[in-house]
Design a protein around this ligand. Structure first.
Ligand SMILES: C[S@@+](CC[C@H](N)C(=O)[O-])C[C@H]1O[C@@H](n2cnc3c(N)ncnc32)[C@H](O)[C@@H]1O
Length: 272
């Protein structure tokens, strides 16, 4: 089977190549688990100055990337199975569901804008969707392309080793991950939650699942509403939380959580 492929159209190809060469994702690229192609619209210009941008019609700040070099670049790379994305602050926000969906695509083509953005007619003609990495404006799409590649490639089989397995990461089951601890067993007066020292894998897994739910309720309570919870499971979670000592709650970063958050969650669940 062919490896999935990313094509990035960017005026700063080195930025993409450097970002993607690092860490587990870089190893995945090296081992051909996925392919990366970076092309520069400047190579598709026809004038002596290699012009890629021009002033916007109607005036205003910021140059706009010209249609022609982008179109020639797109024509060279887009095929039947390509999904063309324009990275844009106006796009759909990238989240875990979107990342998983993109990981199913055989070929993702990403256009990185610069300056004031790209000519709307390229979006109209070639772009399947616009994707944003957050409600803020970057000076170019390259960092966003790096974010898409990094997050999507983690779902390609073989990119993550056993140790970095995505299966326990935040968002996998709708909740955030439980906090992690490593050696030493005592660090500046802070120990390790006793459950993690028990050696009982089943118990540890159940404990982590519950703590992940508490962390979610504490840090991102709105995420709790996206998960199928029952009144009983909320009561169970409350009892589990009550069973944690004040010291353990501190250790787990849960000292801000109070009975009120559970009541609010119960009320919201009963309304659903
Ligand atoms: C300065 S921005 C242009 C913003 C554009 N004038 C607007 O207001 O929508 C330059 C380029 O950075 C990229 N970019 C900026 N913010 C982004 C975001 N939040 N997510 C993805 N790409 C972004 C886009 O490719 C954009 O064309």
């Amino acid at each position: 089977m062919k490896s999935p492929k990313f094509t990035v159209i960017s005026l700063f190809p080195e930025m993409i190549q450097q970002m993607v060469a690092q860490g587990v994702v870089g190893q995945g690229l090296k081992h051909n688990i996925f392919e990366l192609e970076v092309i520069n619209p400047r190579d598709f210009t026809t004038d002596v100055h290699k012009t890629v941008d021009d002033r916007p019609y109607g005036g205003g700040d910021g140059m706009v990337l010209l249609c022609e070099p982008l179109e020639l670049a797109l024509k060279q790379v887009v095929g039947e199975d390509s999904r063309v994305i324009y990275l844009s602050p106006q796009g759909q926000l990238l989240d875990d569901d979107k990342v998983k969906e993109l990981a199913e695509s055989p070929h993702i083509v990403m256009i990185c804008g610069r300056y004031g953005g790209i000519d709307q007619r390229i979006i109209n003609l070639y772009v399947d969707e616009e994707v944003s990495i957050g409600n803020y404006v970057l000076s170019g799409g390259e960092l966003a392309a790096g974010v898409v590649i990094d997050s999507v490639a983690r779902f390609f089989p073989g990119v993550l080793g056993h140790q970095d397995s995505a299966h326990s990461d935040s968002f996998t089951n709708g909740f955030l991950e439980a906090p992690n601890f490593t050696r030493p067993q005592n660090y500046k007066g802070q120990g390790i939650p006793t459950a993690l020292l028990s050696g009982n894998h089943k118990l540890i897994e159940e404990w982590r699942e519950k703590v992940g739910q508490l962390v979610t309720l504490s840090k991102r309570p709105e995420l709790m509403l996206n998960v199928d919870l029952t009144v009983e499971s909320i009561r169970d979670l409350y009892l589990f939380w009550q069973g944690l000592s004040a010291q353990e709650r501190d250790l787990l970063g849960l000292s801000g959580l109070s009975a009120e958050e559970f009541s609010l969650l119960l009320a919201a669940e009963e309304e659903l």
